[in-house]
Design a binder for this molecule. Structure first.
Ligand SMILES: Cc1cc2nc3c(=O)[nH]c(=O)nc-3n(C[C@H](O)[C@H](O)[C@H](O)COP(=O)(O)OP(=O)(O)OC[C@H]3O[C@@H](n4cnc5c(N)ncnc54)[C@H](O)[C@@H]3O)c2cc1C
Length: 421
């Protein structure tokens, strides 16, 4: 390539490190001409083989680590403008220094990038209150598969001068285009953070408590996490009920626990710990330990689903019935109940292909019956590229393929990502 862009070669992969949008455009234009498969690399934290090369093709890995500048923090319009390679925690730290928050947060925030977060439409531990990252984007800059630069950047709150076409690049894992820059919305900081760890006796009381707290503290309730009895047992080393991690962010000091106590009878719920404005939270460290335990104790068949709130009890009952008949499966459930996302994981003994297939079919069909989603927060990548064809409607699938063909006629962006090309 005659342009001054660093490109490394290893086996069937080229790797480029563009420094700006123009360079991204030149690389992609070149790949389109030569029909080279393009894979955009953020922090590579995805768990669905979204950044894996395809063996049968020459691949161009575009590494955004040199596009890591925050270009502007506009306090008046409350917009932060960042290049695709900026790490999520840098956005949070810079916002905080200026008295704002950027309310999207996930465990690997020191590694993952704005471009990767947008392309996977990341949610996180506060999705209940703040939604996914698409709700905090005001505009994007995109490079299309032929190298065209589309400038959808904006600081306007109200702008219906044409539909917001940039939205299709959120959650499409780079197969429609490449994110190079983003205008992200900031929110004012709230002073008081209160976190509780509670033990509660059954799922129907969990649901009741959640509904009560949501109607009472809609603006302050940011997280409502559930841990089922089996993972609770591994976490607290004793026979346990359900555990909840509930967090509030508020402008004023409020005694939330008094309301919780009023709403629920004492024998049904137990306060185990509370924390106020703690940075290194013991309670959230238990939430992380839970994920490590899942690996440690080998609950490695993972399903990342979401369900409407009114279907949780039905879903769990059906799973329990299935397990009674098929005792080779042991569940390890936890999730973000507040936003509907259930991580339903299993240990399978013996862990054969046949047993995995039987369980997957059961979970996917049950979730679909409940009008839930079978890919709630981790996306599809190449790992789950057979699911759209099987579980979305024919018309959805046809439309998706048409759109892809229109935006990427040579199919150079992420071969076999989301669906098999
Ligand atoms: C421990 C852990 C916890 C997680 N928790 C959550 C959670 O609570 N909620 C949630 O929603 N998700 C969660 N995730 C998944 C998360 O959404 C992704 O891991 C993260 O957003 C990916 O960012 P990244 O920079 O690492 O992207 P990568 O992993 O590098 O890439 C992800 C995808 O985006 C594409 N991509 C990367 N950069 C660009 C770009 N500039 N333009 C176009 N496409 C691009 C890649 O090709 C790939 O398909 C979690 C992941 C981990 C590992």
């Amino acid at each position: 390539m005659k342009y001054p862009i660093k490109v490394l070669r290893k086996d069937n992969c080229l790797k480029a490190f563009p420094k700006n949008t123009k360079e991204v455009s030149l690389i992609i234009k070149f790949c389109n001409k030569m029909k080279i498969n393009v894979i955009q690399l953020g922090g590579e934290t995805n768990r669905v083989r979204g950044t894996s090369e395809v063996p049968e093709k020459l691949n161009m890995l575009i590494d955004f680590k040199e596009m890591n500048k925050i270009e502007e923090i506009d306090i008046e319009n409350m917009i932060i403008t960042a290049q695709a390679g900026v790490k999520l925690n840098k956005i949070q730290n810079m916002s905080s220094k200026k008295g704002f928050i950027f309310p999207v947060n996930i465990a690997p925030s020191e590694k993952c990038t704005v471009g990767g977060n947008i392309s996977t439409n990341v949610g996180g531990l506060q999705t209940l209150k703040y939604g996914n990252i698409e709700d905090h984007i005001n505009g994007l800059e995109i490079v299309l598969s032929d190298g065209t630069i589309l400038d959808f950047q904006s600081k306007l709150k109200k702008d219906n001068f044409g539909p917001k076409l940039w939205k299709i690049f959120c959650g499409s894992e780079g197969i429609f285009g490449t994110v190079t820059k983003a205008n992200l919305k900031l929110l004012p900081k709230k002073e008081f953070k209160t976190t509780y760890l509670l033990e509660i006796n059954n799922l129907s009381n969990v649901r009741k408590l959640f509904k009560n707290l949501r109607s009472e503290f809609y603006d302050d309730l940011t997280s409502f996490e559930i841990i089922f009895p089996i993972p609770s047992y591994f976490l607290f080393k004793k026979k346990s009920n359900y555990h909840l991690i509930i967090e509030f962010n508020s402008k004023h000091k409020i005694n939330f626990i008094e309301t919780i106590k009023k709403k629920m009878k004492f024998n049904k719920i137990r306060l185990l710990k509370s924390e106020k404005n703690i940075n290194k939270s013991w309670i959230w460290s238990k939430r992380e330990e839970l994920v490590h335990n899942q690996v440690k104790y080998n609950f490695m068949q993972k399903f990342d689903i979401s369900l409407p709130l009114d279907k949780w009890i039905y879903f769990v009952r059906e799973v329990n019935n299935f397990i009674k008949i098929n005792q080779i499966y042991t569940p390890y459930f936890f999730g973000h109940l507040g936003d509907g996302n259930l991580h339903c994981n299993f240990k399978i003994e013996p862990n054969t292909k046949k047993n995995i297939k039987l369980l997957s079919k059961f979970i996917y069909e049950l979730t679909t019956k409940c009008k839930g989603s079978i890919a709630a927060e981790h996306g599809l990548g190449m790992l789950k590229n057979d699911l759209l064809l099987k579980y979305k409607s024919k018309n959805y699938y046809k439309f998706l393929k048409k759109l892809k063909k229109h935006l990427d006629p040579n199919l150079i962006l992420g071969k076999n990502k989301l669906f098999k090309a």
